[in-house]
Ligand binder design. Structure first.
Ligand code: COA
Length: 387
């Protein structure tokens, strides 16, 4: 291959390069449109539950009432975590980031639920479903347990009579959430559950392509999600809003950040060149929450940033993404800032597993190429002769 053709094949960040075929989700970045298995995200946010959306992603169709009830019952059954997993968490430093704790404990789960070596077609449907149920069900318990244990409190055991979202909020605080808080959490999980082949989903696929066990695949995905260019941005948005402090400071602060060539957290997306539909949905969730819980001062700051950045960055297609308003919603629900990215993971695990499951039918190890820019035919210089 000539140097010229090698260069034209290379796309930094794999931008625009299809890496798989999938029926799970679809994004139109110009129109700001997202579908899960052909269904508009707005419709799912209005009518579905996280449990139902997870079923949809895993099985490619909406469940019947009986299928949903059975799936939900099984999820509730798998919520508990082994005391040895809690013992592992006890050894983490109190300052450990909850994403690091989650990544470690998810990897550790694989030791407690071993699967046959060389997965792929050797897994039957029951084993595949058990893996998915266990991971989706246990993520909130792992996050909530760590959040309490790092403060020296005992974890609150999950309650089987609560929905996935209500139980998570309950395990964090010990208080049953109101109906509106439960619904807001549920919708936040739905809109974060899947988003085609982003960095963390690609990590899942790459790891799964070696036939590694699914707990390792999800642990790898959690590591990818933790970075500030991906899921970690929702934490950074709140840090930025707190730093700015008031609506009056926005204009100057924003222009200083842009002069320093800083990226504004929560703005911009590889695919969306208009406002992310999930940002619009999360913004409306905030508005629904304020009737019960009152305003949050950071919302006005965020909204002013959106307004001002429209004239400065909008022409480049840099608009609010999913992370821009999610943190404000979570803060209103009383959730600490460093749990925002773990909540993203609690939701996205359904999408990761849907891709893992889809790829089981056609496993081929990922082995991309590179453009070598180093030297050839170099002498081996003996140690004593090196300068
Ligand atoms: N603030 C200011 N400028 C931004 C920006 C932001 N948030 N996001 C992108 N840009 C600018 C870049 O500086 C670059 O400008 P240039 O063409 O003058 O060099 C241009 O837009 C393209 O950005 P680039 O980083 O190459 O796009 P990408 O597709 O590789 O990256 C993100 C996409 C999401 C990583 C990027 O927009 C970003 O870092 N956003 C902030 C972090 C964030 O919110 N992440 C969550 C994503 S859901």
């Amino acid at each position: 291959m000539s140097n010229q053709s090698k260069t034209t094949c290379y796309s930094p960040g794999l931008a625009g390069i299809p890496v798989t075929k999938s029926k799970i989700s679809f994004v139109d970045g110009q129109a700001g449109h997202l579908e899960y298995c052909g269904i508009d995200i707005e419709k799912l946010a209005e009518h579905s539950s996280f449990e139902e959306t997870s079923y949809l992603l895993l099985y490619g169709k909406l469940p019947t009432a009986q299928e949903l009830s059975s799936f939900d019952q099984k999820l509730r059954h798998h919520r508990r975590i082994k005391f040895r997993i809690r013992d592992i968490m006890k050894c983490f430093p109190e300052s450990a980031h909850p994403m690091d704790s989650l990544q470690t404990t998810i990897a550790a789960l694989g030791m407690f639920y071993p699967l046959p070596a060389g997965l792929g077609s050797s897994l039957n449907d029951v084993q595949i479903e058990e893996v998915c149920l266990r991971l989706i069900a246990k993520m909130p318990t792992l996050v909530a347990a760590h959040a309490r244990m790092r403060k020296g409190d005992d974890p609150i055991p999950p309650r089987d009579d609560l929905s996935h979202s209500a139980n998570f909020l309950y395990m964090l605080s010990g208080l049953e959430p109101s109906a509106i808080m439960e619904r807001i959490m549920d919708v936040a999980l739905i809109v974060h559950a899947e988003h085609t082949v982003n960095a963390s989903t690609f990590s899942t696929l790459v790891t799964a392509s070696t036939m590694a066990d699914p707990y390792t695949c999800i642990s790898a995905a959690i590591g990818s999600l933790s970075g500030p260019l991906h899921g970690g941005a929702n934490e950074d948005v709140l840090v930025m809003l707190d730093e700015i402090g008031s609506v009056e400071n926005v204009e100057l602060n924003l222009s200083q950040r842009l002069e320093r060539k800083e990226k504004i957290s929560g703005l911009g997306h590889r695919i969306y060149k208009t406002k992310d539909p999930r940002a619009t949905l999360l913004q409306s969730l905030y508005t629904r929450l304020t009737d019960e819980l009152g305003q949050d001062p950071t919302y006005e700051i965020a909204s002013r940033i959106e307004q001002l950045s429209h004239s400065t960055l909008g022409a480049k297609g840099i608009c609010p993404n999913v992370d821009f308003y999610s943190g404000i919603v979570y803060r209103k629900l009383g959730i600490p800032t460093d749990l925002f990215t773990p909540i993203f993971a609690i939701a996205r695990v359904s999408g990761w597993l849907a891709h893992w499951k889809e790829q089981l039918d056609d496993v081929r190890i990922y082995r991309p190429n590179q453009i070598y820019e180093g030297l050839h035919n170099q002498p081996y210089v003996p140690l004593e002769e090196r300068q």
